[in-house]
Design a protein around this ligand. Structure first.
Ligand SMILES: NC(=O)c1ccc[n+]([C@@H]2O[C@H](COP(=O)([O-])OP(=O)(O)OC[C@H]3O[C@@H](n4cnc5c(N)ncnc54)[C@H](OP(=O)(O)O)[C@@H]3O)[C@@H](O)[C@H]2O)c1
Length: 209
C-alpha cells in the first residue's frame, strides 16, 4: 500500500531512503531547511518542502542527527496519528573513538517518543550502513532489520516499509528494544571501522532445520 512519507533531512540517509521508497511507488517528500539550496539539486524540486511542515504525511522519518531529532519533530506541530520512524543513532566522539551517548536504561528511540505526543514511534533502519540500503535485495541470506515499537496496530505498516527496501524485517518487540538496537548499530559501525573491513555487510538471522 502506498504511504505518504515525509523524510526530515536530505543528507546521506534521507536521500538514499527517499529514492528507494520512491522506486517502490511510495509518495515521498523531503523536509529540509532550505528547499531551494543547490545541494538538493539531485532531488525533484516538487518533492522538497520546508522541514517544519507535516502537510498530509502519514509517516515521518527522522534522518537527522540525534541531538536535533526531537526539535525537528516538535517543529511539525500536531503529531496525532503519525508514524515516526527513528533511524538515528546517538553517537559522539569519545576517548576511544565513536561511542553511543546513552543506553542501558533508555534509548534515543524512547527519548524521542517521550516528546512525541500523539505519534507512534518505531526504531529501525539504524542497523547497517546506509550505503547498503540500495543493495539490500542483494544480500544472501536476506539482511535483517529489526523494528521496535509499541503500537501493534501500526507496526505492520513499518515492517512493510522496511521489507519494501529488501530487508528481512523482524519485529523486535516494544520500543524499549531500541536499547538493544542502538548498540547493535554500534557493533556494525565498530566492525566497519576495522582497517580494511568492507562496508558492504549486514547482519542476518538464520534458522537451523
Ligand atoms: N550514515 C549512515 O550510514 C547511517 C546509518 C543509519 C542511521 N544513521 C543515522 O541517520 C541520521 C542521519 O545520518 P546521515 O548520515 O544522513 O547524516 P547527514 O548526511 O549529516 O545528514 C543529516 C541531515 O540532517 C539535516 N538537518 C540538520 N538539522 C536539521 C533540521 N533542523 N531540520 C531538518 N534537517 C536538518 C542536514 O541538513 P543541512 O545540511 O541542511 O543542515 C542533513 O541533510 C543520523 O542520526 C545517523 O546516526 C546513519
Amino acid at each position: 500500500m502506498t504511504q505518504r512519507i515525509l523524510i526530515i533531512g536530505a543528507g546521506q540517509v534521507g536521500t538514499i531512503l527517499g529514492k528507494a521508497w520512491l522506486a517502490c511507488g511510495h509518495d515521498v517528500r523531503f523536509g529540509v531547511s532550505a528547499p531551494d539550496s543547490p545541494k538538493h539539486a539531485e532531488l525533484p524540486r516538487e518533492r522538497l518542502q520546508p522541514a517544519n511542515e507535516r502537510r498530509d504525511a502519514e509517516v515521518v522519518v527522522l534522518a537527522v542527527p540525534y541531538p536535533i531529532a526531537q526539535s525537528a519533530l516538535t517543529a511539525l506541530g500536531d503529531l496525532t496519528g503519525l508514524i515516526v520512524i527513528d533511524c538515528t543513532n546517538p553517537l559522539a566522539m569519545g576517548p576511544n573513538g565513536l561511542e553511543l551517548t546513552l543506553g542501558f536504561d533508555t534509548s534515543a528511540g524512547e527519548q524521542i517518543a517521550a516528546g512525541a505526543t500523539g505519534a507512534s514511534v518505531f526504531k529501525t533502519l539504524n542497523q547497517t550502513g546506509i550505503e547498503n540500503i540500495p543493495h539490500a535485495h542483494a544480500f544472501q541470506p536476506k539482511a535483517m532489520m529489526f523494528v521496535a515499537g509499541d503500537d501493534e496496530e501500526l507496526k505492520p505498516v513499518v515492517l512493510q516499509l522496511v521489507a519494501d527496501l529488501g530487508f528481512d524485517a523482524i519485529d523486535a518487540g516494544p520500543l524499549r528494544a531500541a536499547r538493544l538496537l542502538e548498540p547493535l548499530a554500534m557493533l556494525w559501525i565498530n566492525q566497519a571501522m576495522q582497517p580494511g573491513h568492507p562496508q558492504g555487510f549486514a547482519f542476518a538471522q538464520v534458522q537451523r532445520d
